[in-house]
Design a protein around this ligand. Structure first.
Ligand SMILES: *Cc1c(COP(=O)(O)O)cnc(C)c1O
Length: 355
């Protein structure tokens, strides 16, 4: 049976990415060796990491003065790397979900943290709008897409201080104005590659302004100076990332991808909104086009388990909601085909007809 992969992360990758990665595991760039066993300093791999950085710059229109880094440690490592490198006295954070909470916790180790607004009391079902970013903050940090709660900020915020964004689960789903940011970071395992690599786009002039000593591996300047090769980078995930980036370029870039992503999400939200059984959990105006969270209406709550089982029997994978929201979550990352959205909607309609 055809499987439809709605996992939130690690998550679906394009067939192009998986096929080319599988081939390189057997024979990388005609070396007669596996990508798993070649030096990261070989000319073949150097070409991979350089092209990957170049394509990130091209797809996101990264201006001069910025560096694209491939780092280990996951997006969670960036929760401490950002304040380590940028927080002099005070930073401002927007608290919109679990990942923001985790980022705030780390920043507090380095200085004062001003949480400008939070939707915690509403189980993070919306993005706070009425907040003021203090002009004396060293930076303002926000999460563009709240993977667990299905809310998203789909625009580049206007900020009086430098912006830092965790774009782990929606990077490459829209054009962004990189010049507004000092740091953008994203764990690869949502929209780019297998787990193991994190992209950071860092403005060089934002660095070197703090007094504290930074451990070598946690200092962005180390990785800038060495082209992400200070130590052994995650070779295989970077190879896969390059395949996905090529695939994105072939699709026509992020503006073309955004159109399809919006269409996919609109279809599913329409199906939820017109259903007698299901209801969305995120505020309508803040709905994520990457992670669609929905539950059974209270009067049908007892059908939840049955629906997950039914959907599983129809080939749907990974639609069980995160424990902090319950119900269901369908992640519609870039690589998910429209066909899978249609299949999920058909499954929902069939289940509804049976109840
Ligand atoms: C998944 C995720 C993270 C955590 O990523 P790791 O690579 O597991 O550390 C952080 N932020 C967001 C928005 C995420 O979706």
């Amino acid at each position: 049976m055809k499987k439809h992969n709605f996992y939130a992360g690690p998550s679906i990758l394009s067939e192009y990415t998986i096929k080319n990665t599988a081939e390189a595991v057997l024979n990388f760039a005609d070396t007669g060796l596996s990508i798993l066993e070649v030096s990261h300093r070989s000319k073949e791999f150097s070409a991979v990491i350089e092209e990957a950085a170049q394509l990130v710059k091209e797809l996101l229109d990264v201006p001069e003065g910025y560096h694209v880094l491939f780092l280990g440690g996951g997006a969670s490592m960036q929760f401490c790397m950002v304040p380590f490198n940028l927080l002099k006295k005070k930073a401002a954070y927007l608290e919109t979900g679990t990942w923001a909470v985790n980022a705030i916790k780390e920043a507090k180790l380095f200085g004062e943290v001003d949480v400008v607004a939070s939707s915690k009391d509403a189980n993070f079902s919306f993005i706070p709008k009425d907040f003021v970013i203090p002009t004396d903050a060293d930076y303002f940090h926000f999460t563009t897409n709240n993977t667990i709660f299905g809310t998203e900020v789909r625009k580049d915020i206007d900020s009086p201080v430098p912006l830092v964004a965790d774009m782990s689960s929606d990077i490459f789903s829209r054009p962004i104005d990189v010049s507004k940011y000092d740091v953008i970071y994203a764990g690869a395992q949502k929209n780019l590659a297998p787990a193991g690599v994190t992209i950071a786009i860092v403005k060089e002039s934002a660095l070197g302004q703090i007094e504290r000593a930074i451990p070598t591996m946690l200092d962005y300047r180390t990785h800038i100076k060495k082209g992400s090769m200070f130590n052994t980078p995650p070779v295989l995930p970077i190879f896969s990332a390059l395949q996905t980036l090529k695939y994105y370029k072939n699709l026509g870039g992020v503006a073309a991808i955004e159109k399809i992503d919006i269409e996919k999400a609109a279809k599913l939200y329409d199906a939820i909104d017109s259903s007698k059984l299901f209801v969305g959990t995120a505020a309508t105006e803040d709905r994520s086009i990457m992670n669609v969270c929905f539950v059974m209406k209270p009067e049908y709550a007892e059908l939840e388990k049955e629906f997950v089982e039914f959907a599983t029997s129809k080939g749907m994978v990974g639609i069980k909601g995160h424990r902090s929201v319950g119900g269901f979550r369908a992640s519609l990352y870039n690589a998910l085909p429209m066909e899978s959205v249609d299949a999920l909607i058909a499954t929902m309609k069939e289940f509804e007809a049976n109840h």
